[in-house]
Design a protein around this ligand. Structure first.
Ligand code: NG6
Ligand code: CA
Length: 513
């Protein structure tokens, strides 16, 4: 009896093991490449496939035609650094007080923290980030003339080619892995965010040298005819030319894709477009009706086309998951007099939602989002609720990687959406700005801000960020009020209390379950 039972267990176990192995082999053989196209400051209404009629984006539209276009997908935050933090860690950024960083800030993500690229490395992927970083570098005292680390390589990327911070912040040089590209011996590069260093002209002192007038915050060191935030001394040999960004990024991405050999790859393609300063290359200058902001949209679209053509030429476009999205909502004037406001015309970058970059209202985080994994994902459109923080757990689930209890704690497994097999989204989701807001279905609650909160001077001056902020609780029913114009908090106190409590519970959560 015992031996029969033993035989049964043995046979069953062997059978199960062989099934598991087969399944694993299938997954192994078919491991898809992953590309995240992360556009900067692209609004919900900035693409022709999302309704724009004053600008045409045929390459992105083609992704949408062959993929799933999400109409209620969000960056976690209305600004860049926090959204990137969430994308790469699977955590809401408020857990680390993530906010827009200066260009000399230390690395925001601890090398000890689990990350999306580390998870993919574990699954056998080669990983790279190309483009804007803005998550800090080094450990507090960077020597730009030596090895700049820790950085992307310490948090899971095998290769990096970066704009270290943003296009409008110094240092205005590329960083490839640990090194500033092209920095000549003896051309010592230093960066300061509190006082002028070196003898490079500034926008404040030499406005006659500028191609664009800039606000006071953007009136420090002049590089390539444009004044930036922060001061840079030396480093002339390594200065970037903004108009070269797209070609630089595409060629580095190509090199990386080809170097990944037989391994699946993960490419975090992080655009500078359409952030300020908007300085597209010659072939796009004046090509839209909207000045440099519209031209930058055309350039972004072209760049997507270049990368997709690379994949097609290598026959790998079909087994590549392409995620196209933006780090926050749109902004028209973000510091430079580049005609974006004057030439906007009838174009509506928010696609009809209220607010924009920096704002607690929907246009702050509701961004164009397209998922393409041909032939798995059926083409179409879905209004399910999706957050970029979910990409981590969804990819892990697709690749059979088990996540630790403390890993990517805010990331929900929406692998059904990524693979097109189950189009079910979230039930609740945080939207971060200067306050926290919560979506629960089509209810939107914006937590009141503290009366005594002291905003940075530039915010008070421009008032941009105050869109959507109030010292009173706000509740909107997006079903009937998609523009968040009618605060119904007084009429639904129980709904307000419940959503307030959900945010409080999320704030306290410290594990995946
Ligand atoms: C703000 C800058 C803005 C932009 C933003 C970061 C001022 C007045 N404004 O502080 O121009 O650089 O930071 O944008 O300095 S983000 O997309 O990277 O979050
Ligand atoms: Ca941004």
């Amino acid at each position: 009896m015992t031996s029969l039972k033993g035989l049964f267990i043995f046979v069953t176990a062997t059978f199960l093991l062989s099934c598991q192995n087969q399944e694993q082999q299938v997954v192994e053989a078919a491991k898809p490449n992953v590309i995240i196209f992360y556009v900067d400051d692209l609004g919900y209404g900035d693409l022709s496939c999302y309704g724009a009629s004053k600008v045409a984006t045929p390459n992105v539209d083609k992704l949408a035609e062959n993929g799933l276009k999400l109409t209620d997908a969000h960056s976690t935050s209305a600004t860049c650094t926090p959204s990137r933090y969430s994308l790469l860690t699977g955590e809401y950024a408020f857990r680390n007080n993530a906010a827009i960083l200066p260009g000399d800030a230390p690395l925001l993500i601890s090398p000890r923290k689990p990350t999306l690229p580390k998870m993919l490395q574990k699954a056998g992927y080669k990983t790279a980030v190309v483009g804007k970083w803005h998550l800090g570098l080094g450990d507090g005292n960077i020597d730009w003339n030596g090895d700049v680390k820790p950085g992307p390589l310490e948090i899971g990327f095998d290769y990096s080619f970066l704009l270290p911070s943003t296009g409008d912040r110094v240092p205005s040089v590329y960083l490839e892995n640990y090194r500033v590209v092209g920095l000549a011996e003896g051309d010592s590069l230093k960066v300061s965010y509190n006082k002028k260093i070196g003898n490079r002209p500034t926008g404040k002192e030499n406005p006659e040298l500028l191609r664009y007038k800039a606000d006071p915050q953007h009136s420090n060191s002049i590089i390539n005819g444009v004044s930036r935030i922060g001061f840079m001394a030396g480093g002339q040999s390594a200065e970037w030319v903004d108009e070269d960004f797209p070609n630089q990024f595409v060629s580095k991405a190509e090199k990386f894709i080809d170097s990944s050999g037989d391994a699946p790859f993960f490419l975090f393609f992080s655009f500078h477009d359409i952030h300020v300063p908007r300085l597209p290359m010659k072939q796009f200058q004046g090509k839209s009706s909207m000045g440099p902001r519209g031209d930058a949209i055309l350039q972004m679209d072209w760049t997507v086309g270049q990368i997709m053509a690379l994949l097609e030429a290598r026959g790998i476009d079909e087994n590549t998951i392409v995620i196209f999205t933006s780090d926050n909502g749109p902004v028209i004037n973000d510091g430079y007099a580049d005609e974006a406001v004057k030439k906007l015309g009838e174009h509506d970058p928010t696609g009809g939602f209220s607010g924009g970059k920096y704002s607690a209202l929907e246009a702050g985080t509701r961004v164009p989002t397209i998922l393409k994994w041909s032939p798995k994902i059926k083409s179409g459109e879905a209004d399910l609720l999706f957050s970029q923080v979910d990409i981590y757990a969804s990819l892990a689930s697709l690749l059979n990687v088990n996540l630790d209890k403390r890993e990517a704690i805010d990331s929900q497994d929406l692998s059904g959406v990524l693979s097109g097999s189950d189009l079910k989204g979230r039930t609740t989701m945080i939207e971060e700005s200067e306050t926290l807001a919560l979506r629960k279905g089509n209810w939107k609650y914006i937590r009141a801000v503290d009366k005594n909160i002291k905003y940075p001077v530039w915010i008070e001056k421009t008032k941009k960020i105050e869109d959507g902020l109030s010292t009173e609780a706000q509740l909107f029913n997006l079903d009937v009020d998609p523009t968040e114009s009618d605060n119904v908090a007084q009429e639904y106190p129980a709904q307000v209390a419940e959503m307030h409590q959900i945010i409080a519970d999320i704030e306290l959560r410290n594990s995946r379950d």
